[in-house]
Design a protein around this ligand. Structure first.
Ligand SMILES: NC(=O)C1=CN([C@@H]2O[C@H](COP(=O)(O)OP(=O)(O)OC[C@H]3O[C@@H](n4cnc5c(N)ncnc54)[C@H](OP(=O)(O)O)[C@@H]3O)[C@@H](O)[C@H]2O)C=CC1
Ligand SMILES: CCCCCCCCCCCCCCCC(=O)OCC(=O)COP(=O)(O)O
Length: 311
């Protein structure tokens, strides 16, 4: 067998790097997906990142279907969006709204029918709605673990599965899911949330492979902390509302910037996007490359955050 010597390796490495760079340039140069008149469904559009996504996709000319549980807040957003559209160059559309609870998976099929009735098709589904959690596993009711999975995992996958057949029929569409850095690494006192986001990552990775043949891309977007009401709305281990705006959330990224990154991911049909600073990014690599160190760091973090009652 021929041996690859040190001298022979260098051109091989340089050629591989060159091919990789060329591929990345070609991906960037590829024409972006047109969003003018595209039907874009956004869940969790009443606040935070979903609301900011509504603004950027509306401005791009999309026909929006805004989803949430609170009809009045969705209507208020429709009024704000349409009030700002008058006088702009871009042709915009009055958004439609569909109200339903993602945690009530029985109602999701009906909601999907209503969504499809709005414009007869869906071009982009943005699974954004979600809830977070704070708690110690020892003190967390199993019902809380289930409820978070219902909202963050079973609800979005039920909606995706209900809308997918229409995309497959039209041989086009785009599925987007807002996961989290916590879909890639699990940090202490977030068991329900991190588990739901890990499940989300796995499901949509499987889906991407399965539906590629129909020309339907799947984008999993994993942000770090964003300045929204996520921690305020989080559920505690006993089922009560956590109700605190955590410093990490308050210091998080501007949701308008994250919404722009979501728009870019849709235009470029990106498969997997991590929107986080250096520390979470290092932590993601550490989890794979040096798990023992990662687990030590997480154990120390758990210890600092909360000492168990029996100590
Ligand atoms: N903020 C952050 O630091 C980060 C957030 N994310 C993710 O971003 C996404 C958006 O969260 P964010 O904007 O931050 O938080 P918000 O709490 O501001 O928004 C959450 C949205 O989800 C909707 N929602 C919650 N529960 C349900 C339900 N059962 N059925 C239908 N809709 C529901 C809410 O609508 P309503 O209550 O009106 O029904 C609301 O519009 C989530 O998936 C979150 O995990 C990811 C990484 C970081
Ligand atoms: C040898 C060098 C070691 C450096 C490694 C440092 C490891 C540091 C750990 C960093 C953990 C980052 C966690 C980030 C979590 C995050 O961004 O979550 C986003 C959310 O979804 C927020 O939701 P939450 O409800 O938790 O506010």
């Amino acid at each position: 067998m021929e041996r690859v010597t040190g001298g022979g390796m260098l051109p091989l490495v340089l050629a591989s790097v060159g091919v990789l760079l060329l591929y990345r340039i070609l991906v960037r140069l590829r024409p972006g997906a047109a969003l003018q008149d595209a039907v874009v469904v956004i869940t969790g559009a009443s606040s935070g990142l979903g609301k900011e996504c509504a603004w950027v996709f509306h401005a791009a000319g999309a026909r929006l279907v805004l989803c949430g549980r609170d009809a009045a807040r969705l209507q208020q957003l429709v009024q704000e969006l349409t009030a700002c559209s008058t006088g702009t160059q871009q042709k915009t559309h009055t958004p439609r709204t569909v109200t339903f609870d993602l945690a009530d998976t029985e109602s999701v099929d009906r909601a999907a029918e209503q969504i499809l009735k709005c414009h007869g098709q869906v071009d982009v589904l943005i699974n954004n709605a979600g809830i977070s959690y704070r708690g110690n596993i020892l003190e967390t009711h199993l019902s809380v673990q289930r409820d978070v999975m219902d909202t963050n995992y079973f609800g979005p996958i039920a909606l995706t599965q209900a809308l997918l057949p229409s995309m497959v029929r039209q041989r086009s569409g785009h599925i987007v899911v807002i996961s989290s850095v916590q879909g890639k690494i699990a940090i202490p006192h977030r068991s329900a949330y991190a588990a739901s986001k890990h499940a989300t990552q796995a499901y949509f990775d499987c889906l991407r492979a399965e539906i590629e043949r129909y020309g339907i891309p799947v984008s999993v977007i994993s942000p770090g902390y964003i300045r929204t009401n996520l921690s305020l709305n989080a559920v505690s281990g006993d089922g009560s509302k956590y109700g605190v705006l955590d410093k990490t959330t308050a210091m998080g990224r501007d949701p308008r910037d994250v919404a722009q990154a979501v728009l870019k991911a849709v235009r470029q049909r990106s498969k997997d996007v991590v929107l986080a600073g250096p520390m979470p990014t290092v932590a993601i690599y550490l989890r794979t490359l040096w798990p023992a160190l990662f687990f030590k760091l997480m154990a120390s973090r758990a210890h600092k955050e909360q000492k168990p009652k029996d100590e």
